[in-house]
Design a protein around this ligand. Structure first.
Ligand code: HEM
Length: 429
């Protein structure tokens, strides 16, 4: 790679090589990102029209500078809408209004405080027994089989069921919402063709109407759940939280609450089983699981990159970024940066500063759901290590990933074991 100098017409060999939608990046982004951090840590990508930021300190400074780097771009489709898709958006009635993740200060701060009250730590903590029950039900279904796909059979639906419970949505529609969410990932962070994008808009429209209907249903009978509290906040202050804001909150929290956590768990299974010593250690000593969760989030981040737009000229890592430029902050790359994490490309569940990772962002807009995601991953690993410590990855499997810039987790993780050796007697055939 040659060093980019900046500016209006930047030449960059990293930029020429970078394509986040295809192999080899999809299967293993970290080899490319290590070279970028070393040789060209901030580069312009013509493929996506973004400035790409790869070093820990630079990523942190972008997250920190909320004045220069606007979050309003966070949910804009990375592939601009074709005119035919814009027509469809109007036709299906989807109003992609603001929601916490894509609004700037001062409104972001005010709304985050209001919505944060509904996301109380106590409400999250109280979910633990119910999360354990759900995890147990899913494990029960395959523990005697000797073979499973830990994504399809296990963590595909669990985070959706948890977020449904949290948000007051009936849980028999988890499969449907997972489909909506997967399509929404491609709509917002993927590279669809015009025909594909038209189709995706239709599906996002269905998802939108689905969310509206749940807000209407909850409004008639408020409960003790997060979304009911947000509806209460709307009634108290309808200017601050209007109806469109309610629908977008429903749609985006439903999405943020499971896609990320399913992927994070899938990354965890793959990484732990490929690092067998670490897996065996957490099986022997479950008190190591919380730090192992941090190390999984660091080593194999399920949100590998996030977005900002420079609303003024800026300098990142010595590179000038023009006003109006799009910025892709590759937090997954920062999480491998050896200046913060010695031997950052190695997986070490004892890493003392694993929790300094940027997997949940950093600063005033850090992921609001991180306590819930951490709790789910902890319970999932506690139950899996207790009941299937002897499982192994099926040899020769190829891991595949959805072609998008930001959400990363294996589509499948195939494992096998001898059910006659299951340590819990009731789990044996
Ligand atoms: C492992 C799982 C998760 C990961 C890796 C993750 C990651 C992230 C990241 C990178 C951001 C962007 C921060 C920024 O713009 O600076 C974010 C924001 C957010 N996440 Fe998560 N997330 C996860 C789970 C969840 C869950 C379970 C929820 C619950 C509903 C959630 C709700 C949110 C919300 C509401 C925001 C917006 C916060 C704000 O802008 O103030 N996330 N998350």
């Amino acid at each position: 790679m040659t060093t980019t100098t900046s500016g209006a017409c930047p030449f960059s060999s990293a930029g020429a090589e970078f394509n986040p939608f295809v192999e080899p990046y999809l299967a293993d982004p970290y080899e490319f990102l290590a070279r970028a951090r070393e040789e060209e840590p901030v580069f312009y990508s013509p493929e996506i029209d973004y400035w790409v930021v790869t070093r820990y300190a630079d990523i942190q400074s972008v997250f920190r500078d909320t004045k220069t780097f606007s979050a309003t771009i966070a949910l804009e489709p990375l592939t601009p809408l074709y005119p035919s898709s814009i027509e469809k958006v109007i036709e299906v009635g989807y109003v992609p209004g603001p929601v916490l993740v894509n609004e700037d200060e001062p409104l972001h701060r005010t709304r985050r405080k209001r919505i944060g009250d509904a996301f109380a730590p106590k409400r999250v903590r109280e979910l633990e027994p119910r999360i354990r029950e759900i995890v147990t039900q899913y494990l029960d279904k395959f523990v005697k089989d000797g073979r499973a796909d830990l994504v399809d059979d296990f963590v595909w639906e669990i985070p959706a069921l948890v977020i449904f419970m949290f948000m007051g949505v009936p849980d028999d529609e988890a499969g449907l919402v997972k489909q909506f969410a997967a399509r929404r990932t491609l709509f917002t962070w993927g590279r669809p063709t015009e025909a594909e994008q038209n189709q995706l808009v239709e599906e996002v429209g269905t998802y939108w109407n689905y969310c509206k209907s749940h807000v209407a249903r909850l409004s008639e009978n408020l409960g003790d759940d997060f979304m009911s509290d947000v509806i209460r906040a709307h009634r108290e202050d309808p200017e601050l939280i209007d109806e469109t804001y309610l629908y977008n909150t429903m749609l985006n929290f439903l999405f943020a609450g499971h896609e990320t956590t399913t992927n994070a768990s899938g990354n965890g299974f793959r990484t732990l089983l490929e690092n067998r010593e670490a897996w065996e250690e957490i099986c022997r000593d479950p008190s190591l699981i919380p730090n192992a969760v941090e190390e999984i989030l660091r080593f194999s981040s399920s949100v590998i990159a996030w977005r900002r737009r420079a609303v003024a000229e800026a300098t990142i890592g010595g590179v000038e970024i023009p006003e109006g430029a799009n910025v892709l902050i590759v937090n997954g790359s920062g999480n491998h940066d050896s200046s913060m994490f010695p031997e950052g490309d190695s997986f070490d569940i004892h890493r003392p500063n694993a929790d300094r990772h940027l997997a949940f962002g950093f600063g005033s807009r850090t992921c609001m759901g991180s306590p819930l995601a951490r709790l789910e991953m902890k319970v999932i690993l506690e139950e899996l290590t207790r009941r299937l410590p002897h499982m192994r990855l099926v040899g020769g499997q190829k891991f595949t990933y959805s072609p998008n810039t930001s959400f990363r987790g294996p589509d499948h993780v195939l494992v096998e074991w001898d059910p006659a050796s299951n340590p819990v007697p009731d789990d044996r055939p």
